[in-house]
Design a protein around this ligand. Sequence first.
Ligand code: A3P
Length: 353
Amino acid sequence: MVPSPLAMAPWLELPYDIQNVTPEEEKVIRKCLIGYTKTFVKCGKKGYVMPGAFRKHAEAIYNLRVRPDDIWVITFPRSGTTWTQEMVWLIENDLDFKAAKKQPLYERFPMLEITSQIPEIAFELIKANFMNLGYFQGLNHAVKVPSWKTIDEAPSPRFIKTHLPLSLLPPSLLNTAKVIYVARDPRDVAVSYYYLHKMVSKTLMRSTFTHFWDAFRRDLLPMTPIIEHTNEAWELRHKENMHFLFYEDMIKDLPKVIREVSKFLDREYSEDQVTQLADHLSFKSFQKNKTVNNSANENGEIQFIRKGEAGGWRAHFDAKMVVQAEEFLSTKLKEFNSTIPIHQDSGPPQSHS
Ligand code: A3P
């Protein structure tokens, strides 16, 4: 077993503080999320929202020793993480489709902070209500052993997924390991995030999309604020170890993205191989792939791999929300003097075939 880096590296104190959200904010959050026993918190100046349990794990995560052969995929939730993980894992593993089919993605590419994100009460309820959820993202294991510890002790090369923004991650990350950041139009993210919570909470979900959207644009859902999250990576997009990509570009031209990511990872594939990988990653094949989409409900109605569209938000936003979204995005981007092209009007929904 790899000796615990935590025992060897100098321990860094958190450079940010963690504060409870206000009681009014707590009310808004709790209407959208169920099963958490602790008060939600905000981290650092940007106020990243986390379940209260994050307090206990934040330092260990910040101090995780990064290895030069690690590959990290960082995203705001519902931005195409799973899709990107499978692409990256296969590119790095000589397109070993057989191995990919044998082992669930959450084991090949575990999530760093998942232990701190699991609803404490709801886990049992969710397990009872949901066919596969004990296995979904490795939750059964992550409730027993902190996910960062499992990753800390894992052999190299490691593939690490995280939804945490860069400022909450080990400061040595970008100077040490390769990072792929995926961004997506926040309006599509909001819709997809809503369906994820609906799927997980099933009938226990009390929020409508209107309420959920309100919490989202007020930066009160876990991992928000999304613009700050994305902008942190966008500002570092030219760093040698950073590859910044957009979900919408994967929808538009997946083979092109595969070629670019392969280049970033110093791998070379023929056009036939790129096509083969693109086929494996196509929405249709992905939705049927149990090692990545293992959370269908009993009727197969709601799935982790859900719609796979760019611009699908239009079907969920009324006129008022459209204006709110426009204001939210343009105000924030201006405030950060940011040029991230994440809310160009994409026309009718586009899906990857
Ligand atoms: P929708 O809910 O809008 O369909 P994450 O993995 O970060 O949670 O992202 C999930 C989103 O990525 C979901 O969006 C899901 O359908 C979409 N997605 C996953 N695999 C995809 C694929 N092969 N093609 C297109 N979209 C995909």
